[in-house]
Ligand binder design. Structure first.
Ligand SMILES: Cc1cc2nc3c(=O)[nH]c(=O)nc-3n(C[C@H](O)[C@H](O)[C@H](O)COP(=O)(O)OP(=O)(O)OC[C@H]3O[C@@H](n4cnc5c(N)ncnc54)[C@H](O)[C@@H]3O)c2cc1C
Length: 509
């Protein structure tokens, strides 16, 4: 007697789940999730990722039980676990989603593929998003994405035959046992499909009314943004179901809700970005480790200043907006796009830090860490892709634009509550006597490690000098071909089409 194995990875749901659907049609099924020590030992892994996964597995276990299937959670490297399952009962076929993960998961998938080949086990892998395996360029990518998102959801099996495999019961390892720093942001989002559906529902029906105009300020963003990223990262929701239900909801909104409809349209366009960025890592896994444009090699690597990095991680750069964002991340595991971009920009330009260590640290801080989006964005915001015009965010201006009254910085940095409005944006300039009068110590208001204007000017000069080099300019075309989006041209006029529908995607690449 054999069994088909469904290997759950970052697809912790039963809805719109092609591997599960196909495996159930194949015969008796074993559902498994591996807690892989090597993955949790990676520098991008964090306790919050692990606990969120465990919460999601609980929901998954219940949903599988409703269709008569048992979820086996094994603490094992995937390959060792498959060997063990195969020893108990020969595996007839392996079913999973494709994963565009970090270098460790990529290496593990290659080892599993090799083993499947040796054992004559057919491994059926299915696409989870609009990301396509084996592509050489981006021609027609957007059209394929739209077709994928519009295709009917994969049905959920009503009943299934469990293989009946008996595995010894084991207790889940603690984060510490996996070698993780135990910090878990106390206000982070909770895992699982139930939470995911609630978040989706209250975003579509209530919060999306604030999406337009609400997503840039860190004050309004926590409720105005969808907050769905983490549920997409762990696959508690399928991208296709989110896309379809959103488009359907836009169609149901009346004229009086046109602002909400426009907000939802830009939300839907971001679902496209999600896949667009993951596709970059899928096509070139090395961008986790090296510059997308090799012409930027050596730009910052040799200038590493550990003290700058420590101040950034410690929320003590002295720029209140930056420190408040780091503090918010620590407490919630989430930050809106603009503030993430500002953090990376500050790290990359005035602090002149290489994106790799900063990226590993931020990966552990973001609950929704998705390697494809993360590493592409780290490089984009650090100016090493070669195809994006560098955007340099001034943290003082960001505070003036998005936290005019200082409510955000005062929420996350207690000392800022004592700072009078006049010194809100540059508190380190407060005269000593005034500080003392307000009960503020030197540690409360650190002077920034660098002069923002001077350090940013120096960084820009270094970057733009590099951009002008002929070898750097020449290398750009190949990167655009491989990774750049193809903006849709009207074939009859060769002009860009006007924004018209949900499918008209405004991309910032
Ligand atoms: C340096 C940096 C690192 C980032 N790392 C991640 C990451 O690891 N995981 C992640 O999901 N997002 C990442 N983002 C993108 C973005 O900041 C988050 O997707 C967003 O803040 C999540 O909140 P939300 O779900 O409420 O977003 P919404 O604004 O509601 O967006 C809806 C969905 O669209 C997708 N999306 C939104 N913005 C982007 C974008 N710029 N690129 C790609 N997809 C996008 C996400 O799936 C998101 O859930 C990163 C951005 C930066 C600048």
């Amino acid at each position: 007697m054999t069994h088909a194995v469904v290997w759950f990875k970052k697809d912790l749901r039963v809805v719109d789940h092609a591997p599960l659907w196909h495996a159930v049609g194949h015969g008796p099924v074993t559902c498994v999730y591996f807690i892989e020590p090597s993955l949790w030992a990676s520098p991008d892994a964090a306790t919050q990722h692990y606990l969120f996964t465990v919460e999601s597995l609980r929901d998954l276990r219940e949903d599988l039980a409703k269709m008569g299937l048992k979820l086996h959670v094994l603490v094992s490297e995937a390959l060792d676990g498959l060997i063990q399952l195969n020893a108990q009962k020969p595996i007839s076929a392996l079913f999973s989603h494709e994963e565009s993960g970090n270098g460790v998961s990529y290496g593990r998938d290659k080892a599993v593929k090799q083993w499947c080949r040796e054992q004559s086990v057919v491994w059926h892998e299915y696409r989870q998003f609009g990301v396509t395996r084996g592509r050489h360029d981006r021609d027609h990518w957007k059209e394929r994405w739209e077709i994928t998102m519009s295709a009917p959801l994969i049905a959920m099996p009503n009943t299934a035959v469990d293989s009946g495999l008996a595995m010894p019961r084991a207790t889940l390892p603690s984060p510490r046992q996996l070698g993780l720093d135990p910090h878990d942001p106390p206000l982070r989002q909770l895992g699982g499909r139930t939470q995911a559906l609630q978040t989706l529902h209250n975003f579509l029906h209530e919060r999306s009314a604030q999406y337009r105009g609400g997503i840039s300020s860190p004050l309004s963003a926590p409720t105005a943004c969808s907050r769905l990223s983490v549920y997409l990262t762990y696959g508690c929701l399928s991208m296709r179901e989110v896309f379809q239900v959103s488009v359907q909801h836009i169609g149901q909104l009346g004229a009086a809700q046109s602002r909400q409809a426009r907000g939802l349209q830009s939300f839907v366009s971001r679902l496209y970005w999600h896949c667009h960025f993951i596709q970059k890592l899928e096509d070139e896994p090395a961008i986790e480790f090296r510059n997308m444009h090799r012409g930027y090699d050596g730009l910052r690597e040799n200038d590493w200043q550990a003290s700058h990095f420590e101040r950034l991680k410690d929320a003590s750069t002295g720029w209140p907006m930056v420190d408040a964002c780091v503090q918010m991340l620590r407490e919630t595991g989430w930050l809106n796009f603009r503030m993430r971009a500002m953090l990376v920009s500050v790290a990359a330009y005035p602090l002149w830090l290489d994106w790799r260590p900063v990226g590993h640290w931020l990966a552990t801080q973001f609950l929704d860490y998705e390697p494809g989006i993360h590493w592409s964005q780290m490089q984009m915001q650090s100016g090493t892709t070669g195809i994006n015009v560098p955007r340099i965010y001034n943290p003082i201006k960001q505070a003036q634009d998005h936290d005019t009254q200082g409510a955000f910085v005062r929420r996350w940095i207690p000392a800022m509550k004592k700072v009078p409005d006049a010194w809100l944006f540059e508190p380190w300039r407060m005269p000593l006597s005034l500080r003392q009068a307000h009960g503020l110590s030197a540690q409360d208001l650190p002077t920034p490690a660098v002069d923002l204007v001077v350090a940013t000017r120096t960084a820009k000069t270094l970057l733009f000098d590099r951009r002008k080099q002929p070898m750097v300019r020449e290398g750009k075309a190949a990167i655009v071909k491989k990774h750049g989006s193809r903006k849709r041209l009207d074939s009859s006029t060769n002009r860009r089409r006007p924004a018209a529908s949900v499918n008209q995607l405004t991309l910032d690449l």
